[in-house]
Design a protein around this ligand. Structure first.
Ligand code: SF4
Ligand code: SF4
Length: 397
């Protein structure tokens, strides 16, 4: 039995996953549900359906959010099944525009160049080539500087150990302030930080069915850094992929800081008088099973009023490059997410992934920019150093 058939055979078609699937909830269609997609994959693998004609549109429309995997009582490893099925499709007929987009997004130099593309939103022509639809996502923009004063080394604990922080591709270009907050928090708990270079971890490729390319990139990254030193990431998608690929301990930053005493340290920090809420990035909650660490840390900030977000673990529609390749569905999910955020009355919404961060922040701008969107670590560091000077980063032209 092939690996795909083996994985698909675990599905007993009970339908317990349906109500967890964002694309099923929005469309109401079985073919846009996990059960329907598994049925299509199984039939393509058995030669009854065409991978490229019959199956591709429904797998392209899948967010890869893995909410179905969390909900499934039968233990179907949907994430892995999806990636293998996407590989089958890609091998038969490559989606060249999507491959080019993956190449751009995973290359920091090209990504930096793309910041000079004029306009506010992804160009209409590019969107039509990639999706056949009008664009919904704004062009990316790097975060402004934090304005935080340098740490006073005399007040910090001695260095006890060291980790690598994944520099990444989009993270280093678009979210330098998140990395800054991560570095500061790690130092506060006595950890020295080494940065990886410019090599992308391969997550975007892997999640989109370019499995060989993704694995090659992960291997290159591993070869560039010293063995045995743990790797920490502040990007949920990268962490989820590297936990499957890397042969060293890999930690999400919230998980790592929780294990290393940040909760106790926060109790003695200045704190923040803010109402906050938290959005679960799919690759953190469904990909890595991390739900409580970020919540516990955020609630440990003195003065914070924490409000739980309705449907917190439902995908916001960003999903890697999904809001560029499937803009219409992504927009519907963003509006649903935003209504939930507004219902909490929160002044700040936190999350642990760059895609969610940029996409939810776009919704905030579109709805008057009254709600700040921050990475969990930015909010945690703000408890010691105050909120960053200017948190909104948007193209205005
Ligand atoms: S919950 Fe699991 S077993 Fe049931 S239909 Fe969904 S994927 Fe199949
Ligand atoms: S990964 Fe997400 S969008 Fe895809 S089938 Fe599962 S729940 Fe639905």
């Amino acid at each position: 039995m092939s690996r795909i058939s083996d994985l698909a055979a675990h599905c007993i078609r009970c339908g317990f996953c349906l109500e967890s699937c964002p694309t099923f909830l929005v469309s109401g269609k079985e073919t846009e549900s996990p059960r329907g997609r598994i049925y299509l994959i199984r039939n393509a693998e058995e030669g009854n359906l065409s991978w490229t004609e019959d199956v591709r549109p429904h797998l392209d429309a899948c967010l890869g959010c893995r909410a179905c995997q969390t909900a499934c009582p039968s233990g179907v490893e949907y994430g892995q099944l999806l990636e293998l099925a996407r590989e089958q499709i890609e091998t038969r007929k490559s989606d060249r525009p999507k491959s080019a987009l993956l190449g751009l997004m995973s290359n920091p130099s090209l990504l930096r160049l793309s910041l000079h593309v004029p306009g506010k939103r992804v160009p209409g022509l590019v969107s039509r080539v990639l999706s056949g639809q009008k664009p919904e996502a704004d062009l990316p923009r790097p975060q402004p500087a934090s304005g935080w004063a340098p740490l006073d080394e005399s007040l910090l604990p001695p260095i006890a150990s060291e980790v690598y922080l994944l520099n990444g591709c989009a993270m280093q270009v678009l979210f330098p302030r998140v990395h800054e907050a991560t570095n500061r928090l790690l130092r506060r708990v006595g950890i020295a930080v080494r940065s990886t270079g410019n090599t992308c971890c391969g997550a975007l490729h892997g999640h989109n069915g370019h499995l060989a390319e993704g694995a090659k990139m992960a291997k290159k990254l591993a070869a560039e850094i010293e063995p045995g030193i743990p790797l920490v990431t502040d990007s949920a998608g990268c962490g989820s992929f590297l936990k499957e690929e890397a042969s060293r301990p890999v930690f999400d930053i919230a998980e790592f800081l929780s294990h290393n005493g940040l909760g106790n340290l926060l109790a003695g920090s200045a704190g923040l008088e803010r109402t906050i809420t938290y959005h679960d990035a799919c690759h953190l909650v469904h990909g890595q099973g991390i739900r409580s660490f970020p919540r516990e840390l955020l609630q440990a900030i003195p003065g914070v009023k924490y409000v739980e977000l309705p449907e917190a673990d439902m995908c916001c529609g960003s999903a890697g490059i999904y809001n560029i390749t499937q803009p219409s569905m992504a927009r519907q999910l963003l509006e649903r997410k935003w209504q939930n955020v507004e219902s909490t009355g929160a002044e700040v919404v936190a999350s642990g992934n760059p895609g969610c961060h940029a996409w939810i922040e776009q919704a905030s701008r579109e709805h008057g920019a009254a709600v700040e969107v921050l990475h969990t670590v930015e909010l945690l560091e703000s408890s010691f150093s105050g909120l960053p000077q200017k948190t909104m980063h948007a193209r205005t032209a």
